[in-house]
Write a protein that binds this ligand. Structure first.
Ligand code: IMP
Length: 426
């Protein structure tokens, strides 16, 4: 029996974590985000309406689960209040079950402006960020000048920190990036107004999580983005700015990493990526277009089309290993229904894999593939493993053997019920 579970995307994000959370929800007492910010995107269907949350854990739609934003999350108060309002419309009051750590760094208007101006500037590498000030806020966190939630409640300190920040940012805006200056009084007033609104949600995440664990309650650590976007382990520099892999949990929440007793990974049955950066198995043909269309592959946060390609078992087996994956959830297998041939990348020609994976400099690699026959009977909507076409089973079992982790859940369609549970992780 597992009590502390990590739920981690193993590709470039958008693997479909929200649906897995739905399946585990009945057993969970708490869900915690530990990194990232409102760059993530979970699309939820509540009362027949489509609601997208970016910052709140997707577990928020389950009334009995307490939701936490741990210290590793960067918080935009504008985004937070917008989502709280949306959540309350559908779910009623959430004040009692949403707790934001005092130690979270705040995304300020000037972080968003810098992110967007820099992405447009010919002098900087275009990463294809979500433009939401995520990376620029983490830069200040590491630079030890970010404004944290607790600073909102000390006006003198807040003002002096904002002055220090704006002195620097306004210089950069006006001298390098053709941006407008920000006005200290406006920024300060906005922070002070929002401080009052935030008060009921501010709490102590470390002690609450330790309370849950002492009562043997089940806690889910909900990753955002995916392991290949991890700032340390991913395809640098085309990554996000936080540790989206398992290592981020200990420091992004404040727990002993040895307490995590089940690591659940998620991967699509193929691969997608939004934004710039290497993607060895990307398909630039009608198969790629087919996958994008059938899979509805459009970014939930930015609305950008996602790039699509074959499953890359070189990268997936690597992220399985780095994240200590005990069980794997394979999503969107139904999107491959109807294809005559399905490929899996098993190697990169002529390269030392270990050296490539150390730096993730995979811009130039040439993937080598194994080819598998497509299946006749669609996977869509199947809920029992034994009902799958034998060729679909062979595909799934091939992925298991290449990646070295059991596939415990398989998602066969967008509805919650369209899921095969081979082994319930909790
Ligand atoms: P940032 O996180 O906005 O700084 O963007 C850095 C990179 O991460 C870009 O390639 C984004 O497209 C990507 N990214 C950030 N969040 C997500 C996500 O939730 N899903 C997929 N890609 C993401």
């Amino acid at each position: 029996m597992s009590n502390l579970i990590s739920l981690l995307g193993l590709q470039w994000g958008d693997e479909g974590k929200g649906k897995v959370v739905d399946h585990l929800a009945k057993d969970l007492k708490a869900a915690v985000r530990y990194q990232g910010g409102h760059n993530a995107g979970h699309t939820l269907i509540i009362d027949g309406d489509k609601v997208v949350f970016h910052l709140l854990p997707s577990a928020i739609c389950h009334q009995e689960i307490k939701c936490y934003l741990g210290r590793g999350v960067v918080v935009s108060l504008d985004a937070l209040f917008e989502e709280i309002e949306d959540a309350q419309k559908y779910l009623g009051e959430i004040e009692e079950r949403l707790i934001v750590s005092r130690a979270c760094s705040l995304i300020q208007s000037f972080h968003i402006k810098l992110d967007q101006l820099r992405e447009k500037s010919p002098a900087s590498t275009t990463i294809g960020t979500t433009g939401r000030g995520i990376g620029t806020t983490y830069e200040d966190r590491v630079g030890r000048k970010s404004i944290r939630v607790q600073d909102l409640y000390n006006e003198t300190l807040l003002k002096s920190k904002l002055e220090e920040n704006l002195d620097y940012y306004n210089f950069i805006f006006t001298n390098y990036l053709e941006g407008e200056k920000e006005d200290i009084n406006q920024v300060l007033d906005r922070n002070l107004d929002q401080a009052e609104m935030l008060k009921p949600y501010v709490g102590n995440v470390i002690s609450d999580i330790h309370d849950h664990t002492s009562k043997q309650e089940k806690i889910l650590f909900e990753g955002a983005q995916g392991a290949l976007l991890d700032v340390s382990l991913g395809t640098y520099p085309f990554v996000t700015s936080s540790n989206s892999s398992i290592g981020g949990i200990a420091s992004g929440v404040g727990i002993d990493p040895r307490m995590i007793d089940y690591s659940l990974g998620i991967a699509k049955a193929y691969t997608t990526r939004v934004g710039e950066g290497p993607f060895p198995t990307e398909l630039d043909d009608s198969v790629g277009e087919h996958i994008a269309k059938v899979g509805g592959e459009v970014g939930a946060t930015t609305g950008r089309p996602r790039r699509c390609g074959w499953l890359d078992a070189v990268l997936l087996s690597h992220t399985v290993k780095l994240n200590g994956i005990d069980g794997l959830c394979l999503t969107k297998i139904d999107v491959l229904d109807g294809l005559d041939e399905i490929k899996i990348c098993t190697d990169y020609e002529g390269n030392s894999l270990n050296d490539l994976l150390e730096t993730m400099s995979i811009e130039e690699v040439k993937p080598s593939y194994i080819s598998m026959p497509g299946w006749e009977k669609p996977c869509a909507g199947i809920r029992d493993y034994e009902q799958l076409d034998g060729k679909a089973k062979s595909y799934i079992e091939k992925i298991e053997s290449l990646c070295g982790a059991p596939i415990v859940m398989i998602s066969t369609g967008p509805r919650r019920e369209d899921t095969i549970v081979r082994q319930y992780p909790l």
